[in-house]
Write a protein that binds this ligand. Structure first.
Ligand SMILES: O=C(O)COP(=O)(O)O
Ligand SMILES: [Mg+2]
Length: 218
């Protein structure tokens, strides 16, 4: 049985529409033009503070506004769940993996409260024994500490990290764990630029991919 840890945004859930919504509420309240959904998607992956920095850069908003905008962004984040959907086949894949005895966790750069709120809203919380957010520790991905911590909580057994981005690939490398790259998320570069053990484009293929990876390693 393996310990399998998942990234969240762009991996298990398509959350960009909700994050786009909070971003534009902040921008328009201050008289700035909204950003596009593509921009919002591109800004996700390094946590809330970097998202707000990238959003400000796109609209020429001075650094002095960072702290206030980040506070407002995070304050609205827990309620930003209504437009978010799991990718096709996610829940069935999680159920299968759990049924096979694997132990599952989350390691995301999303703030922990917002992470728990969206997992609860989508009914996905029961699948995960441990959840680590971007603010669970003083450091976040690509620092491997939260990923290491998630694996420690899941006990013993082979480790696998599943994610969608350059940040996740670097985190897995630094933690020295195999990395499965979901190709349909929010990555910014081509697959060949992102170190990975294997890729997958649909969740119905994930349980078999995990089985073959574990068989190879055995
Ligand atoms: O950047 C974020 O806030 C979250 O992104 P992640 O779930 O892909 O780590
Ligand atoms: Mg991601």
């Amino acid at each position: 049985m393996a310990r399998i840890v998942f990234d969240l945004d762009g991996t298990l859930i398509d959350s960009a529409p909700d994050i786009h919504g909070i971003a534009n509420a902040l921008l328009t309240a201050d008289g700035y033009d909204p950003i596009t959904l593509e921009q919002a998607r591109d800004f996700i992956g390094n946590g809330a503070a970097v998202f707000v920095q990238r959003m400000r850069a796109a609209r020429g908003i001075p650094d002095s506004r960072q702290e206030r905008m980040l506070m407002d962004f995070v304050a609205n984040y827990d309620r930003a769940v209504t437009l978010t959907r799991p990718y096709a086949g996610v829940e069935a894949a999680l159920r299968t993996l759990r049924g096979q005895g694997h132990r599952l966790g989350i390691c995301t750069n999303k703030p922990l409260r917002a992470t728990k709120a969206v997992l609860d809203h989508l009914g996905l919380s029961p699948y995960f024994e441990t959840v680590w957010g971007g603010d669970s520790l003083p450091v976040h991905k690509p620092d491997p500490s939260p990923l290491d911590a998630a694996f420690r909580k899941l006990g013993e057994g082979p480790e696998i990290y599943v994610g969608d981005s350059e940040v996740d690939a670097e985190t897995a490398q630094r933690a020295m764990v195999p990395f499965l790259l979901f190709t349909e998320g929010y990555r910014k570069t081509s697959l060949s630029m992102i170190p990975h053990t294997a890729t997958f484009s649909a969740f119905d293929g994930l349980p078999d991919l995990v089985s073959s990876l574990l068989a190879e390693a055995a």
